[in-house]
Write a protein that binds this ligand. Structure first.
Ligand code: SAH
Length: 501
């Protein structure tokens, strides 16, 4: 007999993936089946196992949405097949999430269940709007209500009395809620805020008073999903606003870097409030043939210098060491050069400190620096991409240095996100496009089309990581508006911030 699986009713938090609980994330990553709703953040689904069965049960235009009975039956059926089921719900499963019904149905059917509470939007969306639901001297109580009644025409009954009222699913019922509060004698000047897609990069906040809020919502064309906050705490937003006050808030930035390398730039931009669209134009792939690197690793040649030109190179080098059953000792008698801060960090993560980090990442000056540091007296190993620039090796060889080039990965064009990026550019929503290498510029132009870029060139700005990338951009008719000083991700974020504010 198959063992019955467990159904986990998991709160996915209000949207920002970072607000999910550790327990919730562990379950998303472990379960056989993930059943999810519309309000669950996309990034959270990326944590699922590669072989997971994902089932969407939310409402979406043009699609049949499952009834609650069908969802209940689905959870029980999957568990009876012996599968572990993660039932992901926006916010907290028991705050207007119908988690209670699903738990009771499991109970009736003798299917074991567990509850993982989540950060509810009722508290988190106000917080991300700079509104604390309680505040000393302002609000000592808050109540969370639904604006959705079984009969949509019925007025909301018996709205509770609390200093702060948070109403979920209430956008459509706003006029009725306002009328009910005024009818019971609330001050028409009582502050009100609506928060749509709170805690996400699409967060939208509209404020007003009981008297003005309907007109404000109309003016802003604010649509669900949003929640309503009614109470004097709303006034605190003026001072406490933080999330949508960050310097790059409201700006969309396209990142063209390969996914494997993009995390630093993406995080740096998001931290400053930017909406980031990843449009990697290249993808890092393993080589079919590692003979050169394997021979180097297994050989007994001594290298005066080993030069790592990228963090990818470092990772692949260690991958091959592992394949050969080796550790980092082949490096023990060499001096190690690392180009760029990400490469330094990658080496450090493997317990190796670089002896030399060139001041710039420009190949010409790297080669000169290496020669100054005595590279001419011994053999040099270059660990790099198959199709990297060959300036360093040529310059070293010209000075009589014996150079071994060990390619350890290759980059191939990636057009999987090009359509989305193109649509955003055409819609005029893009504020910045970032280029982090010559190849990303070329590949991006190939993927999006020079015509499209030219036609919308006045709507976005272009930032390049360094002078070489900037020159390539210029040659392709995309004159950069900002160029980072020292070819680092930090410097790139900095120049964007400087010209954005
Ligand atoms: N269980 C969820 C609520 C589900 S009801 C929770 O605890 O958050 C769905 C309603 O929640 C939406 O109609 C909207 O009013 C509110 N909501 C959910 N996520 C939201 C968000 N990110 N920003 C604003 N409101 C949100």
């Amino acid at each position: 007999m198959t063992m019955i699986g467990t159904v986990y009713l998991v709160g996915a938090g209000p949207g920002d993936a970072g607000l999910m609980t550790v327990r919730g994330r562990d379950l998303v990553a472990a379960c056989d089946v993930v059943v999810y709703d519309r309000l669950v953040g996309k990034e959270i689904l990326d944590w699922c196992r590669a072989d997971v069965e994902m089932i969407f049960v939310g409402k979406e235009a043009g699609r049949h949405s499952m009834t609650q009975d069908e969802i209940n039956a689905l959870l029980v059926e999957k568990a009876r097949q012996g599968q572990s089921v993660c039932r992901l719900k926006g916010g907290d499963p028991f705050v207007f999430g119908r988690g209670g019904e699903e738990a009771l149905f499991c109970l009736e059917n003798s299917v074991p269940f567990e509850i993982v509470p989540g950060v509810t939007s009722a508290i988190a969306a106000p917080a991300y709007a700079g509104i604390p639901v309680t505040h000393r001297g302002v609000a000592t109580s808050f109540a969370v209500v639904t604006g959705h009644t079984k009969d949509d025409d019925a007025p909301p009954e018996n709205l509770p009395v609390a200093d702060t009222l948070v109403c979920l699913m209430g956008v459509r019922a706003l006029p009725k809620i306002v009328a009910a509060l005024l009818a019971r004698g609330e001050n028409p000047d009582k502050p009100v805020a609506l928060v749509r897609w709170g805690t996400t990069e699409n967060q939208q906040v509209v404020t007003g008073t009981l008297q003005t809020i309907e007109a404000e919502v109309e003016k802003a064309q604010l649509k669900p999903p949003a929640l309503i906050i009614i109470g004097d705490v709303v006034n605190l937003r003026e001072q406490m606003r933080w999330f949508d006050a960050r310097p790059l808030w409201g700006q969309t930035v396209i990142v063209t870097r390969a996914r494997e390398q993009a995390s630093g730039l993406v995080a740096g931009l998001r931290e400053r409030g930017a909406r980031v669209i990843q449009c990697p134009t290249i993808r890092v792939e393993n080589l079919d043939d590692y003979t050169i690197l394997d021979d180097v690793l297994n050989g007994f040649q001594a290298y005066e210098w080993v030069v790592f030109t990228s963090a990818n190179g470092v990772e692949k080098y260690w991958d091959r060491l592992a394949v050969a059953g080796l550790d980092s000792r082949p490096l023990c008698s060499s001096q190690i050069a690392a180009i760029g801060p990400a490469t330094v960090a990658a080496l450090k993560a493997h317990g190796v400190n670089a002896d030399f980090v060139p001041e710039t990442s420009i190949s010409e000056s790297v080669a000169e620096d290496l020669l100054l540091r005595g590279a001419r007296h011994g053999r040099t190993l270059l660990v790099r991409a198959l199709e990297g620039r060959d300036v360093i090796e040529k310059m070293l060889r010209a000075e009589g240095v014996e150079v071994v080039v060990a390619p350890c990965y290759r980059t191939v064009p990636d057009t999987s996100q090009a359509e989305e990026a193109k649509a955003e550019i055409e819609a005029g929503r893009v504020s910045w496009i970032t280029f982090t290498s010559t190849s990303t510029v070329q590949n991006f132009v190939d993927a999006i089309g020079a015509d499209t870029i030219a036609a919308h060139r006045d709507k976005f700005r272009v930032a390049c990581i360094g002078p070489i990338t900037a020159r390539t951009a210029e040659q392709l008719n995309i004159k950069p508006d900002a160029v980072a000083e020292n070819a680092s991700v930090e410097a790139l974020v900095k120049v964007i911030l400087e010209s954005a504010t």
